[in-house]
Design a protein around this ligand. Sequence first.
Ligand code: H2U
Ligand code: ZN
Length: 381
Amino acid sequence: MAEAAARSKRGGGTAGSPSPATPAKARRPAPPAVLRIFSQPHRRYNPLIDEWVLVSPERTNRPWLGRRDPAPPVNLPAYDPDCYLCPGNVRANGETNPKYANTFVFTNDFAALRPDSAMERIEEGLLRAEGEQGTCRVLCFSPRHDLTMAGMSPPAVRRIIDVWADQTEDLGRRFRWVQLFENRGETMGASNPHPHGQVWAGSALPREAAREDASQRRWWEATGRELLLDYAMQENEGPRVVHEDDDWLIVVPFWALWPFETLVIAKRPARRLTDLDDKQRQSLAESLINLLSRYDNLFDLPFPYSMGWHQAPFDSGDHDHWQLHAHFYPPLLRSATVRKFVVGYEMLAENQRDLTPEEAAERLRTVSSVRPDRQAATRSA
Ligand code: H2U
Ligand code: ZN
């Protein structure tokens, strides 16, 4: 689509957003201005959810007398008789897990969504409510209680990717939104160190999904291109790249909120995990191991995070504007025990970060992409 046409179609854009029709390179400010802006308090725009974040680079120097989280336990056993996710163990609802060899999926015994909820709607003035149907499942990544994704072999991580894709396909037949995610570490609320993820699928488009859907659609309608593919092109070999191969780009996004937040973007058009071919799944397994090893090496501990996949919803209409990606949101800021809190100004005004995304990316790039335990050829599936 011609740029002029794109510009007029967009009609000026949403408040504060950069014009999508402006060529990427030309939008980049001149280096002196970049240096000036980036070393002082400034705001950055997140085009994926149409929101701003305040960046205050000098604040990382402030003293910290606040909360320190306990360092997570290391040296876990390969099997824990008290773990409700280990093979052959009994869960809270009395069911016994099979003696699974690779991965194992079960319906969450304390599901937040159920398939048989009443679907009525009420609307009384400002009071609105609607029924929501869905289901929640737990995904055990490995029978080994002590094996995190970073410690797994590429074929073992590849099996998790296949499970993610299979769950997407299965739940997408019945529900509009399929949210795959993992909470890793006590700091992120994980109830159990046994490596596991979750999938929640529901009939509504939840908040983040709706915002990303709207932003990607606006960009697509204005430019005829996928927002995240344009972003990946603009970040190519830039200061925020953490890891890159033919199929995947991992960056600390320009607009990141969490100190070491990363965005994993498929470099070729893909709406969902089910679109990925064999090679893309293989390279994704290697890219994830690379990223997670860097995370673990950063503060020399199993790095806590919440991560999850965003992929096209399952509803009528086209999804050409969607590009598959994963978000990693780690809470740690300056050490193994000092985390970032999203409180105060963030709750009441807008998001804020101290460390710049460029500094965070540089630290993640500099740290080794191989965990010390991997060098001893202890790769285990
Ligand atoms: P998190 O650790 O990420 O919170 O996930 C564990 C999930 O496992 C949690 O949602 C479920 C909890 O409801 N669970 C079971 O389904 N069965 C059990 O026996 C214990 C925990
Ligand atoms: Zn276990």
